[in-house]
Design a protein around this ligand. Structure first.
Ligand code: ADP
Ligand code: MG
Length: 283
């Protein structure tokens, strides 16, 4: 059974890309997350609940999912509230001198995440399969380029390794002062080759980092976000073959662009921009 809740008893504490988080002093260990669509309606987040719970069950450091609740026509999520938390983005923005150290730490955490086998979890679908569906329907690539991208994805291993699905600087929080990490925002968690996550992070750090909206969300400047990426790439890959690694990151970033137009509504203007972007990155 899914209980109804009255949002007026809750206090807003945070905002992410689409989600808003609330707390309530009567339930001090809980955080409530709801999400709005572009029309302002509260959406059904049950998929995020089940995917996040599956990730938790695999032993990943992530808040425990407690229950789904009905809020104004949608489904919100109650989860374990992480106390004294600060997001990776906020930590970098508050203390830019710490960016290189944090990037190296995150590289290790990402590697640990990608060691986990997610096979057999129905809520953690194949990212390769999703990608092929997105390519079959895409309006941003066509002809020879589309065939080339499709052949690339078909040639990928359908790896059982866990993927975060939205690896970015706002989706890792640390509980202070121990700096205990927790992965959050796992609604798109899946399984597949780790480069899907790395390509998504590349896109966030090197392309979307130019957007004012991202500076507001992360409290970081474009230069700081790019610095984070450069340190991350070095720690993740090592200095050998960094150029080839970057080329590979861009290919997966191009795939991520196709995925964005599949999962989010985009207008013709955005479609044009994203099409050119995908083409320029897939070399
Ligand atoms: N379990 C939690 N405990 C404490 N804070 C949280 C928790 N989950 C999310 N938050 C806070 O809410 C913000 C938005 O959450 P997130 O799940 O990333 O939403 P969105 O989908 O909007 O990006 C995070 O940056 C974080 O500060
Ligand atoms: Mg988020």
């Amino acid at each position: 059974m899914i209980n109804d809740i009255d949002l007026s008893a809750w206090t807003k504490v945070g905002e992410g890309g689409f989600g808003t988080t609330y707390i309530n002093e009567k339930e001090p260990n809980i955080i409530l997350k709801i999400s709005h669509n572009s029309d302002g309606q509260i959406v059904d987040m049950s998929n995020e609940f089940y995917a996040s719970r599956a990730v938790y069950e695999l032993g990943v450091p992530t808040p425990e999912m407690i229950e789904m609740v009905r809020v104004g026509g949608g489904i919100g999520i109650k989860s374990e509230q992480i106390k004294n938390k600060k997001s990776l983005a906020r930590m970098c923005g508050d203390n830019p001198a710490d960016i290189d150290r944090l990037a190296a730490r995150v590289a290790e955490l990402v590697k640990q995440l990608h060691k986990i086998d997610a096979s057999g979890k129905e809520w953690l679908p194949s990212n390769k399969a999703i990608m092929l569906e997105a390519l079959a329907k895409t309006k941003i690539l066509r002809g020879k380029k589309l065939n080339e991208v499709m052949a690339f994805v078909e040639g990928l291993d359908d790896s059982p390794k866990l993927l975060h699905g939205d690896l970015s600087l706002g989706n890792l929080i640390f509980s202070l002062p121990e700096e205990k990490p927790y992965w959050i925002d796992l609604g798109r968690a899946a399984h597949g080759v780790p480069m899907f996550d790395i390509g998504h992070l590349y896109l966030f750090c090197n392309i979307f980092s130019k957007q004012k909206r991202v500076h507001e969300l992360t409290h970081m400047s474009e230069e700081q976000i790019v610095q984070f990426w450069n340190s991350f790439a070095l720690a993740y890959n090592g200095s050998d073959g960094l150029e080839a690694f970057t080329t590979e990151c861009k290919r997966f970033a191009a795939l991520d662009v196709v995925l964005i137009t599949y999962t989010h509504p985009v207008n013709w203007h955005q479609r044009l921009f994203l099409g050119l972007l995908a083409k320029s990155m897939f070399k």
